[in-house]
Design a protein around this ligand. Structure first.
Ligand SMILES: Nc1ncnc2c1ncn2[C@@H]1O[C@H](COP(=O)(O)OP(=O)(O)OP(=O)(O)O)[C@@H](O)[C@H]1O
Ligand SMILES: [Mg+2]
Length: 325
């Protein structure tokens, strides 16, 4: 649905050159929620602005729903961009317009006749749960309600994809959850494809089917969450399952055992103990229900037969890495 290849964007500021996006490839499949996780300054917003061509990349191509946006003239681009909705961290609502007026705005720009417009606005407000606030002004709304207006407005022109730039970072944890639940619901009900950027691991955990980690303009890892978790050295996996430092005893070997998908619900440890007759100490870890998979990562100390234990767990589909620190 979104295909980005070889994307590059450089800024020139006061004789300094910043390569904000450096040779990024990205594939978001139809109906997928894809999260780009990265620290401040990693290039996330620049990437997103290049995806809807608010910013022209220096190199690379962007295809959305089969249309190569990078090949379009500015005039054709304005029309094509209606197929791409966007929501923002600080909502970007028009303060002088009511909730209904904000949602109607893109429809007015697109020349939709008044009667059709009000029917569509009512439908959109219903979709985001704000039917009773149609006449309110942005200043009279909570942050979560403002973001609901932002979402309704972004969906007005029936986009095939929604881009989200830190849509929940200005919200408290409970409101964040309700907005993420709304995005999940829209994704399921409308089949909406969503590309979101965030600096919060929790956002990726709750809603993303696939993800990338961005650092200094580059993707350091990218793919379905269930696969990244089983990739050795994955930053995403380490961030999702923080582990304590190892403190092994004489004769013990420490392992990190990561499972994703059906293996996360298997009684792997009791089978291991029965099969090999080893003793295991649990040093840390967790099991989580993510958007697209169940997954867990445990740090174990195995007394004796460490290699056999690792082999057993690997045969059962776990990623096993020995911990030496
Ligand atoms: N218009 C601009 N002119 C010059 N430099 C810019 C411009 N926009 C962004 N940059 C630089 O490009 C880099 C990436 O910025 P970007 O805003 O994409 O990061 P980000 O990952 O979205 O960060 P944050 O999480 O803080 O929003 C930064 O070093 C930033 O200073
Ligand atoms: Mg940003």
């Amino acid at each position: 649905m979104i295909t980005v290849s070889g994307l590059r964007k450089t800024y020139h500021a006061r004789r300094r050159e910043v390569v904000a996006v450096n040779d990024v490839d990205l594939e978001v499949r139809p109906g997928e929620i894809f999260g780009v996780l990265g620290r401040s300054g990693a290039g996330k917003s620049t990437l997103l602005r290049c995806v809807n061509l608010l910013e022209r990349p220096d190199a690379g191509t962007v295809l959305v729903d089969g249309v190569e946006l990078t090949a379009l003239s500015d005039r054709k681009l304005r029309a094509a961009r209606r197929r791409v909705g966007m929501i923002h961290q600080h909502f970007a609502l028009l303060s002088s317009r009511t909730v209904a007026g904000n949602v109607a705005f893109p429809l007015e720009v697109a020349g939709v006749p008044r009667t059709q417009r009000s029917a569509r606005v009512a439908e959109l407000l219903e979709l985001v749960g704000l039917s009773d606030r149609a006449g309110a002004y942005p200043a009279q709304l909570s942050g979560g309600q403002k973001q609901r207006v932002g979402i309704a407005r972004a969906l007005a022109a029936e986009p095939t994809v929604l881009l989200s730039d830190e849509a929940t970072s200005a919200l408290d944890p409970d409101t964040t959850r309700s907005i993420l639940d709304l995005l999940l619901d829209l994704n399921r009900r409308l089949g909406l494809t969503i590309l979101l950027i965030t600096h919060e691991m929790d956002v990726v955990k709750r809603v993303c089917h696939a993800a990338a980690v961005m650092r200094e303009g580059r993707f350091t890892e990218s793919g379905p969450v269930s696969e990244l978790l089983l990739t050795e050295g994955s930053e995403l996996a380490a961030g999702l399952f923080p582990l304590p430092a190892v403190q092994t005893r004489q004769g013990e070997t420490a392992f990190d055992v990561t499972v994703s998908g059906p293996a996360a619900d298997e009684p792997l440890l009791s089978e291991l103990v029965r099969e090999l007759g080893v003793d295991i100490r649990l040093l840390g870890g967790g099991v989580e229900t993510l958007a697209a998979t169940r997954a867990g990562r445990l740090r174990l100390a195995v007394a004796g037969r460490g290699e056999d234990a690792a082999g057993f767990l690997r045969r059962r589909g776990a990623l096993v890495t020995e911990v030496t620190r």
